[in-house]
Design a protein around this ligand. Structure first.
Ligand SMILES: Cc1cc2nc3c(=O)[nH]c(=O)nc-3n(C[C@H](O)[C@H](O)[C@H](O)COP(=O)(O)OP(=O)(O)OC[C@H]3O[C@@H](n4cnc5c(N)ncnc54)[C@H](O)[C@@H]3O)c2cc1C
Ligand SMILES: NC(=O)c1ccc[n+]([C@@H]2O[C@H](COP(=O)([O-])OP(=O)(O)OC[C@H]3O[C@@H](n4cnc5c(N)ncnc54)[C@H](O)[C@@H]3O)[C@@H](O)[C@H]2O)c1
Length: 458
């Protein structure tokens, strides 16, 4: 076999697959190397199975509301059915990803790759070496587990997707996306959940009202929150695990999960042999064309530490292929990123938070908090939140933050006018769709309050 390629891609996840497929479509001879399953984190043990589990966990709430609308529901839940159906769907997606690469003429290699030179990649099992004009590193990341005694008894999101049975209770450490989303999933499926976070409120960096609103939602769903505390040790005690906390308290749980962040898969990849510099956290610094410090080596996706989101990895992979194999230099603009937290209630967010915007000049804040209509026949007091942040002079929308049902879908659409530089007047030109929650975005008459000269007024 002739093993010389225009491009060798390391990692068959969101970024690598998109780059490989597009580059091959533009006529490049491409090989992609994947050591685990084609599709990577998002498809196999990230966004997709997580969202399927989130759907499963939400039926519980719907059944509760249903009674206020006259329905009687006698429901039970079987984890093994959900797990089997999830596995089937993930296997289908994996086949679809493989077929897409095949169809584009990409050579798929199942092995572990190590870079051995600026133009060579070694396959660890096969023991052979591939030659490539360009190497694209799209090897993603893996869960980070704090180094504490008994950490091996805990699990991460990887194992949470493969559980044979649900635990009776779970302690989840962390206050970010994964910890919060999994706390919701497990609670919605009937597990007693405790969320342990070292800070003073979940989702640091998100808009304050949304953090507090989601926190209320978690508590309402029976999730116990422990703040400003760390997990110091895990001990096995019979079928359970004992958690030892930094305040000296010990408590038993059916399972313990770490949602304590992720690290780039740069270790043992041979990057040092070709002079690719790394950031302190192990990610690969790249320029706006995804170039590393070695001219023949590029990097996209989570491994670059830009933004660990699937659509970002895909956009970076596509821009790489455009630049190198379609003679169309394309930079990736990550200045306005919409993102969602698939919890209950849901968060959708884009642009500057109030705190960030207030340091940029005069701004106006439009804030609405109300019970979503579906709750009105129920005794649920939970509120929906819409916050728009606009430039005090031009009216340009700088940030939009939504908490409540459908927030992820809503923020996707808000991202379009915001990308076009829309102002509040542009939003107001749209006639409301009634009765909807999102009509708030086009019917705000005047700011709820403002900042002038960095000080809050009104
Ligand atoms: C639980 C969870 C939920 C998530 N939910 C969302 C969400 O809802 N929305 C969202 O946008 N993002 C979400 N993400 C993030 C998203 O999954 C990642 O941003 C995305 O998968 C990154 O793609 P990537 O191509 O950079 O890397 P990956 O998808 O991680 O792919 C890297 C691949 O490289 C392989 N690999 C690594 N080293 C080697 C080697 N040496 N040789 C061969 N192969 C190698 C790995 O096996 C892996 O398949 C979630 C992540 C997790 C963990
Ligand atoms: N809905 C989505 O789009 C989605 C969902 C899941 C993951 N993701 C992506 O994956 C990335 C990783 O998610 P994540 O939740 O693992 O990371 P994260 O950075 O969002 O959260 C990590 C949490 O762990 C805590 N932590 C870190 N080190 C710790 C330690 N030593 N001890 C105790 N606590 C510690 C942090 O304070 C933080 O609260 C996210 O940043 C996001 O980009 C996105």
């Amino acid at each position: 076999m002739d093993q010389r390629y225009d491009l060798v891609v390391i990692g068959g996840g969101s970024g690598g697959v998109r780059a490989a497929r597009m580059s091959a479509t533009y006529g490049a001879r491409v090989a992609i190397i994947e050591e685990y399953r084609m599709g990577g984190t998002c498809v196999i043990r990230g966004c997709v199975p997580k969202k399927l589990f989130a759907y499963a966990s939400r039926f519980h709430e719907s059944f509760e509301i249903a009674e206020s609308y006259g329905w009687s529901v006698n429901a039970s839940f079987d984890w093994s059915v959900l797990k089997a159906n999830k596995d089937k769907e993930i296997a289908r997606l994996e086949r679809a990803y493989t077929a897409g690469l095949d169809g584009a003429g990409v050579e798929i290699i199942k092995d572990r790759a190590v870079i051995t030179g600026p133009n060579t990649v070694q396959l660890q099992q096969a023991g052979t070496t591939l030659e490539a004009k360009t190497i694209l590193v799209a090897a993603g990341g893996r869960p980070f587990v704090p180094d504490i005694p008994g950490a091996e008894y805990g699990m991460t999101s990887n194992e949470a997707f493969e559980l044979e049975a649900l635990p009776h209770s779970i302690l989840i450490e962390g206050g970010g996306y994964i910890a919060v989303e999994f706390a919701n999933i497990f609670a919605g499926l009937g597990v007693h959940v405790t969320l342990l976070y070292r800070g003073d409120c979940i989702l640091r960096g998100f808009e304050d009202e949304l953090r507090r609103g989601l926190e209320d939602g978690l508590v309402r769903r029976g999730i116990k929150l422990i703040y400003e505390t760390n997990l110091l040790e895990i001990r096995k005690s019979g079928d359970d695990l004992t958690a030892v906390f930094s305040d000296g308290i010990e408590a038993p749980f059916g399972a313990i999960m770490f949602g304590t962040g992720r690290r780039a898969n740069t270790e043992g990849l041979g990057l040092d042999t070709v002079g690719v510099e790394l950031n302190e956290d192990g990610t690969i610094p790249v320029d706006t064309y995804s170039r590393t410090t070695c001219p023949s080596v590029y990097a996209v996706g989570d491994i670059t530490g830009r933004a660990a989101l699937t659509p970002v990895a895909i956009r970076e992979g596509a821009a790489f292929a455009e630049t190198l194999f379609n003679d169309n230099p394309t930079e990736v603009d990550l200045s306005q990123l919409a993102t969602a937290v698939f919890a209950d209630p849901e968060i959708g967010t884009i642009g500057l938070t109030e705190k960030e915007a207030a340091t940029h000049g005069d701004i106006d804040i439009y804030l609405a908090q109300f019970r979503p209509m579906i709750n009105t026949l129920t005794d649920r007091t939970e509120r929906m939140i819409f916050k728009l942040i606009t430039d005090g002079n031009s009216g340009k929308v700088l940030g939009c933050h939504i908490l409540g049902p459908g927030a992820a879908e809503l923020i996707q659409l808000v991202a379009v006018p915001m990308g076009m530089g829309a102002t509040k007047a542009d939003f107001n030109r749209a006639i409301a769709v009634h009765p909807t929650a999102a009509e708030e975005l086009v019917t705000f008459k005047k700011p709820t309050y403002s900042y002038r000269g960095g000080k809050r007024v009104g």
